[in-house]
Design a protein around this ligand. Structure first.
Ligand SMILES: [Fe+2]
Length: 464
Protein backbone atom coordinates (compact mmCIF):
# COMPACT_ATOMS: atom_id res chain seq x y z
CA UNK A 1 0.00 0.00 0.00
CA UNK A 2 1.42 3.41 -0.92
CA UNK A 3 0.39 7.00 -1.40
CA UNK A 4 -1.66 8.01 -4.43
CA UNK A 5 -2.89 11.49 -5.26
CA UNK A 6 -6.51 12.14 -6.11
CA UNK A 7 -7.21 14.39 -9.15
CA UNK A 8 -6.95 17.46 -6.88
CA UNK A 9 -3.58 16.61 -5.37
CA UNK A 10 -4.71 15.14 -2.07
CA UNK A 11 -2.63 12.11 -1.01
CA UNK A 12 -4.28 8.86 0.04
CA UNK A 13 -2.73 5.66 1.32
CA UNK A 14 -4.37 3.10 -0.92
CA UNK A 15 -3.88 -0.04 -2.95
CA UNK A 16 -4.30 1.77 -6.26
CA UNK A 17 -4.64 5.26 -7.76
CA UNK A 18 -8.27 4.40 -8.60
CA UNK A 19 -9.07 4.28 -4.88
CA UNK A 20 -7.90 7.87 -4.43
CA UNK A 21 -10.02 8.86 -7.40
CA UNK A 22 -13.01 7.03 -5.98
CA UNK A 23 -12.58 8.82 -2.68
CA UNK A 24 -12.75 12.17 -4.47
CA UNK A 25 -15.93 10.93 -6.11
CA UNK A 26 -17.29 9.90 -2.72
CA UNK A 27 -16.61 13.37 -1.32
CA UNK A 28 -18.39 15.10 -4.23
CA UNK A 29 -21.29 12.72 -3.91
CA UNK A 30 -21.56 13.39 -0.17
CA UNK A 31 -21.41 17.16 -0.68
CA UNK A 32 -24.14 16.90 -3.30
CA UNK A 33 -26.43 14.67 -1.14
CA UNK A 34 -26.46 12.21 -4.02
CA UNK A 35 -28.52 9.08 -3.38
CA UNK A 36 -25.68 6.91 -4.68
CA UNK A 37 -23.25 8.06 -1.94
CA UNK A 38 -23.71 4.85 0.07
CA UNK A 39 -23.10 2.74 -3.02
CA UNK A 40 -19.93 4.68 -3.89
CA UNK A 41 -18.57 4.05 -0.40
CA UNK A 42 -19.54 0.39 -0.51
CA UNK A 43 -17.77 -0.03 -3.82
CA UNK A 44 -14.66 1.67 -2.46
CA UNK A 45 -14.57 -0.44 0.70
CA UNK A 46 -15.02 -3.60 -1.33
CA UNK A 47 -12.34 -2.77 -3.86
CA UNK A 48 -9.85 -1.42 -1.31
CA UNK A 49 -10.81 -2.68 2.17
CA UNK A 50 -7.49 -1.65 3.72
CA UNK A 51 -7.57 1.95 2.54
CA UNK A 52 -7.57 3.93 5.81
CA UNK A 53 -9.80 6.73 4.52
CA UNK A 54 -12.36 4.24 3.18
CA UNK A 55 -12.66 2.76 6.68
CA UNK A 56 -12.72 6.19 8.24
CA UNK A 57 -15.49 7.34 5.90
CA UNK A 58 -17.47 4.25 6.88
CA UNK A 59 -17.21 5.36 10.51
CA UNK A 60 -18.00 8.97 9.67
CA UNK A 61 -21.13 8.04 7.72
CA UNK A 62 -22.32 5.81 10.55
CA UNK A 63 -21.93 8.77 12.94
CA UNK A 64 -23.75 11.05 10.50
CA UNK A 65 -26.86 8.90 10.79
CA UNK A 66 -26.94 10.18 14.36
CA UNK A 67 -28.55 7.40 16.35
CA UNK A 68 -27.45 4.93 19.02
CA UNK A 69 -27.15 1.71 16.97
CA UNK A 70 -25.15 3.36 14.19
CA UNK A 71 -22.91 5.06 16.75
CA UNK A 72 -21.98 1.64 18.14
CA UNK A 73 -20.99 0.55 14.65
CA UNK A 74 -18.84 3.66 14.27
CA UNK A 75 -17.11 2.87 17.59
CA UNK A 76 -16.16 -0.59 16.36
CA UNK A 77 -14.78 0.84 13.11
CA UNK A 78 -12.85 3.51 15.00
CA UNK A 79 -11.31 1.01 17.43
CA UNK A 80 -9.81 -1.08 14.62
CA UNK A 81 -8.85 1.99 12.55
CA UNK A 82 -6.60 3.32 15.31
CA UNK A 83 -4.27 0.31 15.02
CA UNK A 84 -4.80 -0.05 11.28
CA UNK A 85 -3.43 3.42 10.42
CA UNK A 86 -0.16 2.53 12.16
CA UNK A 87 0.05 -0.87 10.49
CA UNK A 88 -0.36 0.40 6.93
CA UNK A 89 1.74 3.54 7.46
CA UNK A 90 -1.05 6.03 6.85
CA UNK A 91 -0.01 9.64 6.29
CA UNK A 92 -0.33 12.33 8.96
CA UNK A 93 -3.58 13.67 7.54
CA UNK A 94 -5.18 10.24 7.56
CA UNK A 95 -4.05 9.69 11.15
CA UNK A 96 -5.71 12.96 12.09
CA UNK A 97 -8.93 11.75 10.46
CA UNK A 98 -8.74 8.56 12.51
CA UNK A 99 -8.28 10.71 15.63
CA UNK A 100 -11.28 12.84 14.63
CA UNK A 101 -13.48 9.76 14.29
CA UNK A 102 -12.26 8.50 17.64
CA UNK A 103 -13.03 11.86 19.29
CA UNK A 104 -16.47 11.93 17.65
CA UNK A 105 -17.20 8.47 19.05
CA UNK A 106 -16.44 9.66 22.59
CA UNK A 107 -18.79 12.61 22.12
CA UNK A 108 -15.99 15.20 22.13
CA UNK A 109 -17.53 17.17 19.26
CA UNK A 110 -15.50 20.34 19.77
CA UNK A 111 -12.29 18.36 19.66
CA UNK A 112 -13.52 16.49 16.57
CA UNK A 113 -14.27 19.71 14.74
CA UNK A 114 -10.94 21.19 15.79
CA UNK A 115 -9.07 18.22 14.29
CA UNK A 116 -10.84 18.75 10.95
CA UNK A 117 -10.06 22.46 11.10
CA UNK A 118 -6.41 21.65 11.85
CA UNK A 119 -6.32 19.32 8.84
CA UNK A 120 -7.73 22.13 6.70
CA UNK A 121 -4.96 24.56 7.67
CA UNK A 122 -2.47 22.42 5.83
CA UNK A 123 -4.84 20.64 3.41
CA UNK A 124 -7.57 23.14 2.49
CA UNK A 125 -8.55 20.87 -0.38
CA UNK A 126 -9.65 18.07 1.97
CA UNK A 127 -13.31 18.12 1.01
CA UNK A 128 -14.32 15.43 3.49
CA UNK A 129 -12.84 17.39 6.42
CA UNK A 130 -14.46 20.65 5.37
CA UNK A 131 -17.91 19.18 4.75
CA UNK A 132 -17.86 17.31 8.06
CA UNK A 133 -16.70 20.44 9.88
CA UNK A 134 -19.60 22.31 8.26
CA UNK A 135 -21.92 19.66 9.70
CA UNK A 136 -20.58 19.84 13.26
CA UNK A 137 -20.33 23.63 13.16
CA UNK A 138 -24.02 23.53 12.23
CA UNK A 139 -24.75 21.57 15.41
CA UNK A 140 -22.61 23.91 17.51
CA UNK A 141 -25.41 26.46 17.14
CA UNK A 142 -23.07 29.26 16.11
CA UNK A 143 -23.49 30.19 12.45
CA UNK A 144 -20.32 32.26 12.50
CA UNK A 145 -18.31 29.06 12.80
CA UNK A 146 -19.80 27.75 9.54
CA UNK A 147 -19.23 31.09 7.88
CA UNK A 148 -15.63 31.48 8.97
CA UNK A 149 -14.72 27.87 8.30
CA UNK A 150 -15.63 28.40 4.62
CA UNK A 151 -14.15 31.91 4.48
CA UNK A 152 -10.77 30.45 5.45
CA UNK A 153 -10.87 27.96 2.59
CA UNK A 154 -12.64 29.62 -0.33
CA UNK A 155 -9.73 31.83 -1.48
CA UNK A 156 -7.49 28.77 -1.65
CA UNK A 157 -9.72 26.81 -4.00
CA UNK A 158 -9.75 27.09 -7.74
CA UNK A 159 -13.13 28.08 -9.07
CA UNK A 160 -12.62 25.35 -11.68
CA UNK A 161 -12.65 22.65 -9.01
CA UNK A 162 -15.83 20.61 -9.62
CA UNK A 163 -16.83 20.97 -5.95
CA UNK A 164 -16.25 24.73 -5.79
CA UNK A 165 -19.98 25.50 -6.00
CA UNK A 166 -20.65 23.35 -2.95
CA UNK A 167 -18.27 25.58 -1.00
CA UNK A 168 -20.05 28.71 -2.18
CA UNK A 169 -23.34 27.22 -0.99
CA UNK A 170 -21.88 26.26 2.39
CA UNK A 171 -20.44 29.74 2.75
CA UNK A 172 -23.88 31.12 1.86
CA UNK A 173 -25.46 29.06 4.60
CA UNK A 174 -22.92 30.20 7.18
CA UNK A 175 -23.53 33.80 6.15
CA UNK A 176 -27.29 33.33 6.39
CA UNK A 177 -27.07 31.82 9.87
CA UNK A 178 -24.89 34.80 10.85
CA UNK A 179 -27.59 37.20 9.68
CA UNK A 180 -25.71 38.41 6.57
CA UNK A 181 -28.65 37.81 4.27
CA UNK A 182 -27.67 39.87 1.27
CA UNK A 183 -24.23 38.37 0.92
CA UNK A 184 -25.63 34.91 1.67
CA UNK A 185 -28.15 35.23 -1.16
CA UNK A 186 -25.43 36.32 -3.57
CA UNK A 187 -23.21 33.32 -2.84
CA UNK A 188 -26.15 30.90 -2.72
CA UNK A 189 -27.44 32.02 -6.11
CA UNK A 190 -23.94 31.83 -7.63
CA UNK A 191 -23.68 28.22 -6.45
CA UNK A 192 -27.10 27.28 -7.82
CA UNK A 193 -26.31 28.88 -11.14
CA UNK A 194 -23.26 26.66 -11.32
CA UNK A 195 -25.20 23.54 -10.35
CA UNK A 196 -28.98 23.64 -9.80
CA UNK A 197 -28.88 20.10 -8.41
CA UNK A 198 -26.80 21.38 -5.49
CA UNK A 199 -29.59 21.02 -2.94
CA UNK A 200 -27.63 22.53 -0.05
CA UNK A 201 -27.11 25.76 -1.99
CA UNK A 202 -30.76 25.90 -3.09
CA UNK A 203 -31.45 25.44 0.60
CA UNK A 204 -29.15 28.31 1.62
CA UNK A 205 -31.17 30.69 -0.55
CA UNK A 206 -34.42 29.17 0.79
CA UNK A 207 -33.21 30.10 4.28
CA UNK A 208 -32.55 33.67 3.23
CA UNK A 209 -36.07 33.90 1.80
CA UNK A 210 -37.48 32.44 5.04
CA UNK A 211 -35.58 34.83 7.28
CA UNK A 212 -36.41 37.85 5.14
CA UNK A 213 -40.06 36.71 5.04
CA UNK A 214 -40.36 36.59 1.25
CA UNK A 215 -42.83 33.71 1.42
CA UNK A 216 -44.25 33.80 -2.10
CA UNK A 217 -40.78 34.23 -3.54
CA UNK A 218 -39.65 31.28 -1.43
CA UNK A 219 -42.39 29.08 -2.83
CA UNK A 220 -41.42 30.06 -6.35
CA UNK A 221 -37.71 29.51 -5.68
CA UNK A 222 -38.14 26.02 -4.26
CA UNK A 223 -40.81 25.02 -6.76
CA UNK A 224 -38.90 26.39 -9.75
CA UNK A 225 -35.88 24.18 -9.02
CA UNK A 226 -37.76 21.12 -7.82
CA UNK A 227 -36.80 18.94 -10.80
CA UNK A 228 -33.15 19.50 -9.90
CA UNK A 229 -32.98 19.30 -6.11
CA UNK A 230 -35.51 16.49 -5.82
CA UNK A 231 -32.90 14.17 -7.37
CA UNK A 232 -30.96 14.13 -4.07
CA UNK A 233 -31.32 11.73 -1.13
CA UNK A 234 -33.74 12.26 1.76
CA UNK A 235 -32.38 15.77 2.21
CA UNK A 236 -34.96 16.70 -0.46
CA UNK A 237 -37.69 16.32 2.15
CA UNK A 238 -36.10 19.16 4.08
CA UNK A 239 -36.60 21.43 1.06
CA UNK A 240 -40.25 20.40 1.00
CA UNK A 241 -40.32 21.30 4.69
CA UNK A 242 -39.04 24.78 3.84
CA UNK A 243 -41.74 25.12 1.21
CA UNK A 244 -44.29 24.22 3.88
CA UNK A 245 -43.04 27.00 6.16
CA UNK A 246 -43.80 29.60 3.49
CA UNK A 247 -47.24 28.10 2.83
CA UNK A 248 -48.00 28.02 6.57
CA UNK A 249 -47.51 31.74 6.97
CA UNK A 250 -49.75 32.30 3.97
CA UNK A 251 -52.48 30.20 5.61
CA UNK A 252 -52.32 27.59 2.82
CA UNK A 253 -52.80 24.68 5.18
CA UNK A 254 -54.25 22.18 2.71
CA UNK A 255 -51.10 22.46 0.61
CA UNK A 256 -48.97 21.94 3.72
CA UNK A 257 -50.85 18.78 4.67
CA UNK A 258 -50.66 17.51 1.13
CA UNK A 259 -46.86 18.03 1.00
CA UNK A 260 -46.52 16.52 4.47
CA UNK A 261 -48.23 13.29 3.39
CA UNK A 262 -46.84 13.04 -0.12
CA UNK A 263 -43.26 13.98 0.67
CA UNK A 264 -42.17 14.76 4.19
CA UNK A 265 -43.15 11.43 5.78
CA UNK A 266 -43.04 9.38 2.61
CA UNK A 267 -39.84 7.64 3.72
CA UNK A 268 -40.07 8.08 7.48
CA UNK A 269 -39.40 4.35 8.01
CA UNK A 270 -35.87 4.78 6.70
CA UNK A 271 -35.09 6.39 10.04
CA UNK A 272 -33.06 9.33 8.70
CA UNK A 273 -32.75 11.87 11.52
CA UNK A 274 -33.66 14.89 9.43
CA UNK A 275 -36.99 13.34 8.39
CA UNK A 276 -38.24 13.29 11.97
CA UNK A 277 -37.00 16.84 12.53
CA UNK A 278 -39.03 17.99 9.52
CA UNK A 279 -42.11 16.01 10.45
CA UNK A 280 -42.33 16.68 14.20
CA UNK A 281 -41.73 20.38 13.94
CA UNK A 282 -44.19 20.73 11.07
CA UNK A 283 -46.99 18.87 12.84
CA UNK A 284 -46.47 20.85 16.04
CA UNK A 285 -46.48 24.09 14.04
CA UNK A 286 -49.66 23.08 12.20
CA UNK A 287 -51.36 22.52 15.53
CA UNK A 288 -50.20 25.91 16.78
CA UNK A 289 -51.73 27.41 13.64
CA UNK A 290 -55.00 25.73 14.70
CA UNK A 291 -54.99 23.08 11.97
CA UNK A 292 -56.57 19.68 12.61
CA UNK A 293 -53.92 17.09 11.79
CA UNK A 294 -55.80 13.86 12.54
CA UNK A 295 -53.77 10.85 13.64
CA UNK A 296 -50.54 11.90 11.93
CA UNK A 297 -48.49 11.75 15.14
CA UNK A 298 -48.94 7.96 15.37
CA UNK A 299 -46.49 7.20 12.58
CA UNK A 300 -43.87 9.45 14.16
CA UNK A 301 -44.33 7.84 17.58
CA UNK A 302 -43.56 4.48 16.02
CA UNK A 303 -40.21 5.73 14.73
CA UNK A 304 -39.37 7.76 17.82
CA UNK A 305 -39.75 4.95 20.35
CA UNK A 306 -36.56 3.46 18.85
CA UNK A 307 -34.59 6.57 19.80
CA UNK A 308 -35.39 6.97 23.47
CA UNK A 309 -31.79 6.13 24.43
CA UNK A 310 -29.98 8.14 21.74
CA UNK A 311 -27.16 10.38 22.96
CA UNK A 312 -25.91 11.94 19.74
CA UNK A 313 -27.48 15.31 19.01
CA UNK A 314 -29.88 16.91 21.48
CA UNK A 315 -31.48 18.87 18.62
CA UNK A 316 -32.53 15.60 16.98
CA UNK A 317 -33.53 13.95 20.25
CA UNK A 318 -35.86 16.84 21.04
CA UNK A 319 -37.71 16.16 17.79
CA UNK A 320 -38.16 12.48 18.61
CA UNK A 321 -39.37 13.59 22.01
CA UNK A 322 -41.86 16.02 20.46
CA UNK A 323 -43.47 13.11 18.63
CA UNK A 324 -43.64 10.97 21.77
CA UNK A 325 -45.15 13.81 23.81
CA UNK A 326 -47.64 15.00 21.19
CA UNK A 327 -48.46 11.45 20.09
CA UNK A 328 -49.43 10.64 23.68
CA UNK A 329 -46.84 7.98 24.50
CA UNK A 330 -46.27 9.25 28.02
CA UNK A 331 -44.23 6.25 29.16
CA UNK A 332 -41.73 6.58 26.31
CA UNK A 333 -41.62 10.37 26.65
CA UNK A 334 -40.84 10.13 30.37
CA UNK A 335 -38.18 7.52 29.70
CA UNK A 336 -36.63 9.75 27.06
CA UNK A 337 -36.59 12.78 29.37
CA UNK A 338 -34.91 10.59 32.04
CA UNK A 339 -32.36 9.59 29.41
CA UNK A 340 -31.68 13.23 28.55
CA UNK A 341 -31.27 13.93 32.29
CA UNK A 342 -28.65 11.18 32.57
CA UNK A 343 -27.02 12.31 29.32
CA UNK A 344 -26.73 15.84 30.76
CA UNK A 345 -24.47 14.47 33.54
CA UNK A 346 -21.91 12.99 31.13
CA UNK A 347 -18.66 14.62 30.12
CA UNK A 348 -19.30 15.33 26.41
CA UNK A 349 -20.05 18.34 24.22
CA UNK A 350 -23.72 17.58 23.65
CA UNK A 351 -24.15 16.46 27.28
CA UNK A 352 -23.15 19.93 28.44
CA UNK A 353 -25.67 21.45 26.04
CA UNK A 354 -28.31 19.12 27.49
CA UNK A 355 -27.41 20.33 30.98
CA UNK A 356 -27.50 24.00 30.03
CA UNK A 357 -30.48 24.07 27.64
CA UNK A 358 -31.68 20.73 26.27
CA UNK A 359 -33.11 19.24 29.44
CA UNK A 360 -35.08 22.41 30.23
CA UNK A 361 -36.51 22.37 26.71
CA UNK A 362 -37.37 18.68 26.93
CA UNK A 363 -39.23 19.13 30.19
CA UNK A 364 -40.77 22.37 28.97
CA UNK A 365 -42.20 20.67 25.88
CA UNK A 366 -43.67 17.96 28.07
CA UNK A 367 -45.40 20.42 30.38
CA UNK A 368 -46.55 22.68 27.56
CA UNK A 369 -48.25 19.77 25.86
CA UNK A 370 -49.83 18.61 29.11
CA UNK A 371 -51.27 22.07 29.72
CA UNK A 372 -49.07 22.82 32.71
CA UNK A 373 -48.18 26.11 31.06
CA UNK A 374 -46.67 27.83 34.06
CA UNK A 375 -44.17 25.02 34.55
CA UNK A 376 -43.35 25.09 30.83
CA UNK A 377 -42.69 28.83 30.95
CA UNK A 378 -40.57 28.51 34.11
CA UNK A 379 -38.39 25.99 32.28
CA UNK A 380 -38.22 27.47 28.80
CA UNK A 381 -38.15 31.22 29.35
CA UNK A 382 -34.80 31.30 31.19
CA UNK A 383 -33.07 29.40 28.36
CA UNK A 384 -34.61 31.18 25.38
CA UNK A 385 -31.51 33.24 24.66
CA UNK A 386 -29.39 30.12 24.91
CA UNK A 387 -31.49 28.01 22.53
CA UNK A 388 -28.99 28.49 19.70
CA UNK A 389 -26.70 26.12 21.51
CA UNK A 390 -28.80 23.07 20.61
CA UNK A 391 -27.72 23.59 17.01
CA UNK A 392 -29.77 23.27 13.85
CA UNK A 393 -30.79 26.36 11.91
CA UNK A 394 -32.55 29.47 13.11
CA UNK A 395 -35.61 28.45 11.11
CA UNK A 396 -35.62 25.01 12.73
CA UNK A 397 -35.13 26.28 16.28
CA UNK A 398 -37.93 28.77 15.78
CA UNK A 399 -40.45 26.07 16.66
CA UNK A 400 -39.18 26.06 20.25
CA UNK A 401 -39.58 29.83 20.50
CA UNK A 402 -43.10 29.47 19.07
CA UNK A 403 -43.96 26.79 21.63
CA UNK A 404 -42.86 29.07 24.46
CA UNK A 405 -45.01 31.90 23.07
CA UNK A 406 -47.95 29.58 22.54
CA UNK A 407 -47.66 28.28 26.13
CA UNK A 408 -47.41 31.82 27.48
CA UNK A 409 -50.56 32.85 25.68
CA UNK A 410 -52.39 29.72 26.84
CA UNK A 411 -51.27 30.33 30.44
CA UNK A 412 -53.46 33.42 30.59
CA UNK A 413 -50.51 35.65 31.51
CA UNK A 414 -51.56 38.19 28.89
CA UNK A 415 -48.98 40.81 29.82
CA UNK A 416 -46.06 38.42 29.48
CA UNK A 417 -47.58 37.07 26.24
CA UNK A 418 -48.02 40.59 24.86
CA UNK A 419 -44.35 41.27 25.50
CA UNK A 420 -43.14 38.07 23.88
CA UNK A 421 -45.32 38.41 20.78
CA UNK A 422 -44.43 42.07 20.33
CA UNK A 423 -40.79 41.10 20.60
CA UNK A 424 -41.26 38.49 17.87
CA UNK A 425 -42.88 41.05 15.60
CA UNK A 426 -39.62 42.96 15.81
CA UNK A 427 -38.09 40.42 13.44
CA UNK A 428 -41.19 38.73 11.99
CA UNK A 429 -43.10 41.68 10.67
CA UNK A 430 -44.90 39.56 8.04
CA UNK A 431 -45.85 36.64 10.27
CA UNK A 432 -49.60 36.06 10.14
CA UNK A 433 -49.36 33.63 13.09
CA UNK A 434 -47.63 36.22 15.26
CA UNK A 435 -49.98 39.07 14.34
CA UNK A 436 -53.05 36.90 14.85
CA UNK A 437 -51.99 35.80 18.32
CA UNK A 438 -50.87 39.30 19.22
CA UNK A 439 -54.26 40.61 18.17
CA UNK A 440 -56.02 38.06 20.41
CA UNK A 441 -53.87 39.02 23.39
CA UNK A 442 -54.50 42.74 22.86
CA UNK A 443 -58.22 42.08 22.66
CA UNK A 444 -58.10 40.15 25.93
CA UNK A 445 -56.36 43.14 27.50
CA UNK A 446 -59.05 45.51 26.21
CA UNK A 447 -56.81 47.26 23.65
CA UNK A 448 -59.44 47.11 20.93
CA UNK A 449 -57.94 49.57 18.45
CA UNK A 450 -54.50 47.97 18.58
CA UNK A 451 -56.10 44.53 18.36
CA UNK A 452 -57.93 45.52 15.20
CA UNK A 453 -54.77 46.92 13.66
CA UNK A 454 -52.92 43.70 14.49
CA UNK A 455 -55.74 41.64 12.93
CA UNK A 456 -55.42 43.74 9.76
CA UNK A 457 -51.69 43.08 9.73
CA UNK A 458 -52.33 39.35 10.12
CA UNK A 459 -54.59 39.43 7.06
CA UNK A 460 -52.04 41.44 5.08
CA UNK A 461 -49.28 38.98 5.97
CA UNK A 462 -51.22 36.14 4.32
CA UNK A 463 -50.34 37.47 0.89
CA UNK A 464 -46.66 38.12 1.63
FE1 LIG B 1 -33.10 24.30 6.51
Amino acid sequence: MKEHDDPHGLAFTASSPESAEKFAQLTSSYMGFRPETGAVLKDLVQSDPDMPMAQCAKGYFAKLIGSANHSERAERISASLDTHVEKVGANAREKMHAAALSAWCTGALEKTTQIWEDILLDHPNDGMALRLAHFTHFYSGDGRQMRDSMARILPLWSEYHPDYGFLQGMYAFGLEESGEYEKAEKFGRMAVERNPRDAWSVHSVAHVLEMTERHQEGIEWVHGLENDWSTVNNFRFHLYWHKCLYHLERGEFDIVLQIYDAQIVSDIESDFYLDICNASSLLWRLEMFGVEIGDRWAKLVEVSTKHVHDTDLIFVSLHYLMALIAGGDKAAATKMIDNIRQWSRLDATQAKICADVGLALAEGLYHARNHDFEKAIRLMEPVRYAMDRIGGSKAQRDVFHMILLDATKASGDALRARGLFAERLGHKVHSSWTWKNYSGILEALGSDTLAKEAANNAAAALVQ
